[in-house]
Ligand binder design. Structure first.
Ligand code: SF4
Length: 179
């Protein structure tokens, strides 16, 4: 079934690597067939925040460090890299500029895109495994009502259907002219 408002398909933002774009730090993708299949019903809007802030491919990998409630995104081995502010600014800007979205599917465990599964390396040693990537953090703060999910969760048919129900409901609250 094609989910449209009037003649306009509902739009869902997606971490670009999940759609097969080779934008990861090492030049690979993380194509997720379940996520890609949503294109049969919705318009998928790919976004890669690390490319968006001007990091190319390949690029040095980054990780989250410090306070799990306000971590920094720094280079894993190149310690002078710190893209914290750039990722937060890009997230806030994307929330303003991506237009009418009815949901977002984020790549789990990413220091930029994870929602609740990203490792945060603690100052005293150890790892907190429930962190949020900085792009996702800023984007979700700016659009708190938007239905969001991590890609791994969508492998569960029940959670996928629940997410899509929320997406459709969100879309139905908008008139055709606004969509
Ligand atoms: S997880 Fe996010 S930042 Fe990393 S490659 Fe995918 S879209 Fe880009």
């Amino acid at each position: 079934m094609d989910h449209r408002i009037g003649k306009i398909r509902l739009r869902i933002g997606v971490s670009a690597c999940l759609l097969g774009e080779a934008v990861r730090y090492d030049g690979t993708d993380k194509r997720d067939a379940t996520v890609a299949a949503l294109a049969r019903e919705f318009e998928l809007v790919p976004v890669c925040p690390e490319m968006g802030i001007g990091l190319g491919v390949p690029r040095p990998p980054i990780q989250l460090e410090g306070d799990p409630t306000a971590p920094r995104a720094v280079g894993v081995s190149l310690r002078d890299i710190d893209v914290t502010d750039a990722l937060l600014e890009f997230g806030a800007r994307s929330a303003r500029e991506l237009g009418e979205l009815c949901g977002f599917v984020f790549k789990g465990r990413s220091p930029s895109c994870g929602v609740n599964s990203t490792p945060v390396h603690l100052a005293g040693g150890g790892v907190h495994r429930g962190g949020r990537g900085l792009f996702a953090h800023a984007f979700m703060a700016a659009r708190p009502d938007l239905p969001v999910e991590e890609n791994d969760s969508l492998a569960d048919p029940q959670r996928r259907e629940e997410f899509l129900r929320r997406v459709r409901r969100f879309g139905n609250t908008r008139s055709p002219d606004e969509a």
